[in-house]
Design a protein around this ligand. Structure first.
Ligand SMILES: Nc1ncnc2c1ncn2[C@@H]1O[C@H](COP(=O)(O)OP(=O)(O)O)[C@@H](O)[C@H]1O
Ligand SMILES: [Mg+2]
Length: 370
């Protein structure tokens, strides 16, 4: 995949959405304080933790830089946090950059050639790096070497430059977009999963402690259930509920307070917000549950096609509330139940009812159900 300035970036989810998984300004300010500092503090992702622990322990025992690590997973699941933990566990400095920040191979060469022995280079959104930089990275990862091109045109020469052993930690939300040669050069790939409610409760209790907020068990359960399996969202909802608890109550987060606070912010019991509910509502009320085309659905909710498709739908699909079919978007029975609506009688059932209630021979046979 080539990256260029004309490629529109995917709509960044969560700029001003309370349940968006991307980091907003406030998140960035508090996240540093909320990040677990070592593997022991990192909640959930048991498999990844166990595997990574082995990788790091072995490297420490050998006294060498750890293998390159690829972290793949949705936004807000802890990729940046883990990269910092890797550096901390290796007692190594960390350099942080991202694919989009590296436009030219020269940018990457400058970073690579200034690394210290054993340093961790965190490359966020690695799938958005330019092709020439990517090719330079192959050699750097494999042989700790880059070729620096000096001069232009036919007279240009490649000067090989030795690099210190370093650990590349790449993060991507889309491992599928990485070219196989790049993917193959990572010694270890961690797939980050969405968190279980109990794990999110633990995240909330930990953050509440750090933010000096009192939360009872039920209050944490209530927030966890609305956090879409994502620690970043759990932390953000916690802060909004804390505000409400301070202004409207005695500051203690209970189930009642959490539920009233999140009703104010229009985040429902399942973590759907206004946009998600708007899409579901239109699909159910205007189109009888579908199938309906994406564009029609988008017009009905007054949103851009891309917003419906890339911002609202992934979570609705993940929750089993909406299905994408070749004929269009279709609501599942769970969607009707979630909005407290009753699905219309399907043509099939209607046909059977007609057959039952009309005396035969009217010439209007039931709709074939098969
Ligand atoms: N396993 C975890 N345990 C505790 N907090 C976590 C965990 N994973 C993520 N977080 C919290 O969620 C926030 C977002 O994590 P981050 O590493 O920035 O996600 P990503 O880089 O995948 O988008 C961080 O502030 C961190 O405090
Ligand atoms: Mg990150």
């Amino acid at each position: 995949m080539d990256w260029d300035e004309n490629t529109t970036a995917p709509p960044t989810e969560g700029e001003e959405r309370l349940v968006g998984a991307g980091a907003d300004g406030e998140d960035q300010a508090v996240e540093a304080a909320l990040r677990p500092k070592d593997l022991g503090e990192f909640i959930g992702q048991a498999k990844v933790r166990e595997q990574l622990d082995l990788v790091l322990r072995a490297a420490r025992a050998r006294g060498s830089a750890a293998d390159h690590v690829l972290l793949s997973g949705a936004p807000g699941l802890g990729k940046t946090t883990l990269s910092m933990i890797i550096a901390a566990e290796m007692d190594a400095p960390i350099r942080i950059t991202s694919g989009p920040a590296i436009q030219h191979a020269g940018d990457l060469a400058a970073i690579l050639s200034s690394l210290q022995e054993g340093e961790v280079l965190f490359l966020d959104e690695i799938h958005r790096m330019s092709r020439p930089a990517e090719e330079m990275l192959y050699m750097a990862m494999e042989d700790y070497r880059v070729d620096v091109i000096v001069g232009k045109g036919p007279g240009a020469t490649a000067i090989p430059l030795e690099l210190p052993a370093f650990t590349l930690v790449g993060a991507t939300t889309r491992a599928g977009l990485l070219p196989p040669p790049l993917r193959d050069r990572f010694g270890f790939t961690a797939h980050m999963e969405y968190y279980e409610p109990a794990e999110l409760e633990a995240v909330i209790h930990r953050s509440a402690r750090l933010l000096d907020v009192s939360t009872d068990a039920e209050g944490a359960v209530e927030i966890a259930g609305r956090s879409r399996g994502t620690p970043r969202i759990a932390n953000r909802l916690l802060r909004r509920v804390r505000d409400y608890a301070q202004v409207k109550a005695d500051g203690v987060i209970t189930r009642e307070i959490a539920s009233r606070a999140l009703a104010v912010y229009e985040v429902d019991e399942r973590g759907l917000d206004r946009l998600d509910r708007g899409v579901l509502h239109a699909l159910l009320k205007l189109f009888g549950g579908g199938p309906v085309g994406l564009s029609t659905l988008a017009v009905a909710v007054g949103e851009e096609r891309e917003t419906v498709e890339e911002v609202a739908e992934p979570f609705l699909v993940r929750e089993g509330l909406l299905a994408r079919t070749p004929r269009g978007r279709v609501a599942t029975p769970a969607a009707w139940a979630h909005l407290g609506l009753v699905p219309p009688v399907s043509p099939q059932q209607a046909g059977q009812q007609t057959a039952r209630h009309t005396p035969g021979g009217t010439g209007q046979g039931p709709v074939s159900g098969a």
